[in-house]
Design a protein around this ligand. Sequence first.
Ligand code: GDD
Length: 398
Amino acid sequence: MRLEIPTNAERFGANLFYQVQKIYELDGGYGVDSEFDNPFHVIQQISYERLHEIEKDMAIVIPVKDERLRLLEGVLCGIPHACLPIVLSNSKSEPIDRFRMEQNMVDTFCRHAKKKYLIAHQRSPELARIFKDGGYLHLLDDDGLVRHGKAEGMLAGIVLAKLAGKKYVGFIDSDNYFPGAVFEYVRIFSAGLSQGKSPYSMVRIQWHSKPKIVDAELFFTKWGRVSRITNQYLNQFLSHFTGYETELLRTGNAGEHALSMPLALALDYSTGFSVETYQFVSLMEKFGGVLPSPFPEIMKRGVEVFQIESRNPHLHEVAKGDEHIKEMVEYSLSVLWHSGICPATLKKDISSELRRLKIVRKNGEPIKLRQYPVLSTLHFDAAVRKIDWAQYGNYKPV
Ligand code: GDD
C-alpha cells in the first residue's frame, strides 16, 4: 500500500490522534521502492511482507445479527487468508435456526477455502462460561449469558481473539455488500497498525463515501447523519483541553476499526452502538493526563490513533430508519455528556442538540449507558483451560 505519512496530530496527554491519511495505491508494489529512500517523502510504502506479518497475527471479528447469508459470505471472501475470522452471532435460533445456517455456511466456505475460522453464538452457555471462568461477570445478564448488543458481541470477540493468541483485533460489520471494500478495510488495518511506534495503537476507517439514490441518480454522500454530529462534539471535547479548535477527529462512529491487543484490553467499553465513540472517551479519560491513569506503562509508551480514508464506497444493508439514527446519536452524545471530564459548556451544548433533535425533553438528561471495565481483569489462563475449541470451528491455538 502507498499511503500518506500523517504530518499533523493532536496530542492529548499520552494520546496522539493523527489526521486522516489518504491512500495513494491500494497495492504498493513488490519489494521496497528505493524512490522512498529520501527522508523528505510525504508518502510511504508498506510492503507486502509487513502487511502479511500483521495479518497473520490478526483476528477479524464479524458481529452478525440476522443478516443475509450471502452478505456474510461476501465479507468472509474479502478477508485476507492469513487473518482469522471470528463470527460472533446474535442471530435468532427460532422459529428458524439462523445461527445453524450461518454455522453451516461458514464451515462450508472455510472448508473450500482451507481457511481457519471461529464462530460463536453470543447467547450460548459455552461462551458465557469463558467469562464465568475468567471472573469477568460484567458482561453476563440475569440468565448468566452474554448480554445482547453489538458492543457485547465485540467484547466477546476480543476475548476469543486473545484466547486464540492473536496480537491484533479488527471489526468489520457483516452487512457489507462489497467484498472488495472488506478486503481494503483489512489492508488498511494492517497498514495502519504497521505504523505504530507504541504497542498501544488503533486504526479507524473513515469511509470514502456512502452511495445513495437521490432523484434517481447515484449520489456519493461523505458524512452520515450520525457521524456529522458525533465528530462535531468529539472535536469540541478535544479542543477544550488543547485550547485549539480542531476538526481532526473524523471517525467517532467508525464501526470498522482495529486495535493492538494490549490497547483492546486496556480500554473501557460502553454498550450497544455507543461503543465506538466511547473508545475516544476512554482514551481521553485514561490516558489524557486529566485523571490519574491506572496504566503508567501506557502513559510512558503513549497511544497512537490512526485515521485512514478508504477508497471503496461503503455500501451496507439499507438504513434502519429515523429511530435507529436517533438512538445512535443519543448513544454517541450521551457517553461524551456523562464523561467525568466533560466540560460544563460542552454538556450544555450537547443537551441543546439532543433537545433540538427531540431526543431529550427540557431539563432531561441524556441516557446513562452500561459500561464495561477493562478486559485485562479477565483471568485468561483460567478461562482457556476449559475451552473446547472444536465447538467454535476449525481453529485451535498452538
Ligand atoms: N453479535 C452481534 N450482536 N451483532 C450485532 C448485534 C448484536 O446484538 N446488533 C447488530 N449486530 C451486527 C449487525 O448484524 C451488523 O453486522 C453490525 O453489527 C452493525 O449493525 P447495524 O445495525 O447494521 O448498524 P448500523 O449499520 O446502523 O451502524 C454501523 O455503522 C455505524 C457507523 O456509521 C455500526 O457498525 C455502528 O456501530 C457504527 O457506529
